[in-house]
Design a protein around this ligand. Structure first.
Ligand code: ADP
Length: 640
């Protein structure tokens, strides 16, 4: 609407980066690569693309490490320009493309840009590529930096690359890109008073609650931003805050609205963050570190920092993931504090002593490339088949350990993606075309040979949508096995088969929305699964160069009962993720490179002995340590 548009304009006029337009354009014109460093909220994500577009750069790609940010920033820019989202301004995230032939400014996740470069290694439809939020040091952005270095040499005359970041060490990146210029956009940050607690609280949740209420009752107006670690503790804190605030309101204290903010929040709830609150109403925003730099929430005056972040880490020597709550780095702590000083002087309450900050916090965050499984990335780089790129010598800003590269190569060899010389195999080439992790991609390809591709596509789609399937995921996780009634017998075969059966039941209702609700499944999640399944199916048809291997109904029956072929395909894809039963309860020993004793995760249909039988051999989707080692998503290979 016209009103919305002029509002946006007013707000834009104050964004610091707009004062540097001339300087930025001039520098970009003279240099293939430019680093732009600017305080969070200075307008990098929303303004740089528009600026370049005003100066006749034709098609601009802006990458974001997070899906939410890609969508939210694209929506904002479309609104500022007064255009329909998906037309001149659009976004593309995995399994969701909202762009058209008209799109000039395209926000996309770094993973999607990597994928695009598979089909078009020179990315020549873009005249500008902006790698935004580079300070997050996501695995994909780090790989893109290496590829961009090469690409600007090949396309020197017609490609501009901008690397933008809130906190990145500009000199290091500049050196990486042959001493490219670094532009610093001074932010307009008001002073933030930092207050430390005397000691670590026994519960940061309770301590956040207490601090927030204290601020709400005693401090002048201004929104409160609380950094929690994940959806779980956010939901708990939000509900506690709601109770307390309601009680206060009855005692006629100032109004407050409590808003959660995390990556798996449905889009309609996310946008509430950007709406101004009614007058005399304080907002209390409870967020993950998504509010640290990737989404700027205006109006915050008070920050409560738990000092923790939830981080997924991979250990190449055990092949295990852990989702750990770890201490943030100093850089992160200062970013969080800075959120309080955007509109006027603010306060940051650190729920840890200053000595802990000084002595225990790392200076900078460990880049994701040094704490991830690299199988997917290595497969991707190999499939690019660039004559001048050797994986073990790839030009990384910070190289991963050779142990984790070796681990990736071993994994890929075991599932036939590369040969014994490390060269990509034809199966590997096909796998790389699927936007799935290598094991799952391998399973699909095998399933196509076994005539059970339809079932495998369903399983892959269900696994991909995991986070959107169940309401309040964690809470129901344990109960998942009880949510759906009337599933055909077969649950004894494990989680993959159950996921398949859930989808097949829904399919038989002709995708009835009421059925999802009755069975405690998120409608949005199930619709997403259906869409993902369709997309994967199209990619498979392209890879298979023809119709997919689906058996005629009559013939499937004999296989259907125990889904034998699907389980066989899973064994091939997850060949390094097999486990053998040990005698006691649900204890297993993993086979493969990293033998260890593990248990079936409590969320699995196989975690209890309801059926009186544990299979002797299983394959698992992943190993996680929480902190005990568990197999998540387990499928029976061989029954006793
Ligand atoms: P930076 O990338 O430098 O952190 P941004 O360009 O993301 O800065 O943000 C600039 C301004 O635009 C901020 O005031 C922010 O609140 C606002 N903004 C960003 N995204 C949205 C959105 N989806 N809706 C409304 N405002 C937004």
């Amino acid at each position: 609407s016209i009103t919305g548009f002029s509002l946006a304009r007013n707000k834009m006029a104050t964004l610091p980066i707009l004062h540097y337009e001339e300087k930025i354009i001039e520098t970009v014109e003279r240099n293939p690569v430019v680093v732009v460093i600017g305080e969070t909220g200075s307008g990098k994500s929303t303004q740089l693309s528009q600026m370049l577009h005003r100066h006749r750069y034709s098609k601009i790609a802006v990458t974001q490490p997070r899906r939410v940010a890609a969508v939210s920033v694209a929506r904002r820019v479309a609104q500022e320009l007064g255009v329909q989202l998906g037309e001149e301004v659009g976004y593309a995230i995995r399994f969701e493309d909202r762009t058209s032939h008209n799109t000039h400014i395209k926000y996309l996740t770094d993973g999607v840009l990597l994928r695009e470069s598979l089909a078009n290694p020179e990315l020549d439809e873009y005249s500008v590529i902006i790698l935004d939020e580079a300070h997050e040091r996501s695995l994909n952005t780090d790989i893109l930096m290496g590829l961009m270095k090469r690409l600007v040499k090949i396309r020197s005359s017609n490609l501009k690359v901008l690397i933008t970041s809130a906190t990145l060490d500009g000199d290091k990146v500049s050196k990486f890109f042959d001493d490219c210029p670094v532009l610093t956009v001074p932010g307009k940050l008001y002073p933030v008073e930092v207050l430390y607690s005397k000691e670590r609280p026994s519960s940061y949740l309770e301590s956040s609650l207490k601090t927030a209420l204290d601020i709400h009752i005693h401090q002048p107006e201004g929104d409160i931003l609380i950094f929690m670690t994940g959806q779980d503790d956010i939901e708990k804190l939000v509900s506690k805050l709601e109770d307390k605030v309601r009680a206060l309101e009855e005692g006629s204290c100032m109004d407050a609205i409590i808003l959660p903010l995390h990556g798996s929040l449905p889009p309609e709830l996310q946008v509430r963050i950007f709406k101004s609150p009614p007058p005399n109403c304080r907002r209390i925003i409870v967020a993950t570190n998504i509010a640290e730099t990737s989404l700027t929430v205006d109006g915050v005056v008070y920050v409560i920092d738990s000092g923790y972040v939830k981080q997924r880490q991979y250990n190449p020597s055990s092949g295990m993931y852990s989702l750990d709550v770890v201490q943030i780095s100093k850089v992160q702590a200062n970013q969080r504090a800075g959120r309080a000083g955007r509109t006027r002087p603010g306060k940051c309450y650190r729920l840890y002593p200053s000595q802990v900050y000084q002595e225990e916090f790392l200076d900078v965050t460990v880049p994701e490339i040094q704490r991830s499984s690299l199988a997917g990335s290595v497969l991707y780089l190999k499939s690019l088949d660039l004559p001048d790129i050797d994986i073990l010598k790839f030009d990384f800003l910070d190289p991963p350990s050779s142990e984790s590269l070796q681990d990736a190569l071993k994994q890929l060899y075991l599932i036939d993606a590369i040969d014994e010389n490390g060269a990509i195999a034809s199966i590997g080439q096909k796998m790389a075309e699927l936007p799935l992790e290598p094991s799952l991609a391998r399973t699909l390809i095998e399933a196509n040979n076994y005539g059970c591709i339809s079932e495998a596509l369903t399983v892959a789609a269900m696994l991909s949508a995991e986070t959107t399937l169940l309401p309040g995921q964690r809470k129901t996780d344990r109960k998942r096995k009880h949510t759906i009634s009337n599933l055909p017998d077969g649950s004894g075969l494990g989680d993959h088969i159950q996921l398949l059966q859930i989808y097949e039941c829904w399919d038989q209702t002709d995708y009835d929305i009421g059925w999802c609700k009755d069975n405690g499944l998120q409608v949005r999640g199930m619709l997403f699964v259906r869409d993902v399944r369709k997309q994967l199916s199209q990619i498979m048809q392209k890879i298979a160069k023809g119709p997919l291997g689906v058996r005629a109904k009559g013939k499937t029956e004999e296989f259907q009962q125990d889904y034998r072929n699907l389980r066989k395909a899973l064994c091939v894809g997850y060949a390094n993720q097999l486990a053998e039963r040990k005698m006691h309860h649900n204890g297993y020993r993993t086979l493969g490179f990293h033998a260890q004793v593990v248990q079936v995760h409590p969320s699995s249909v196989m975690s209890t002995d309801d059926l009186g039988k544990f299979p002797d051999y299983v394959v698992y989707h992943e190993l996680i340590a929480t902190p005990r080692p568990y197999m998540r998503y387990v499928c029976a290979v061989e029954m006793r």
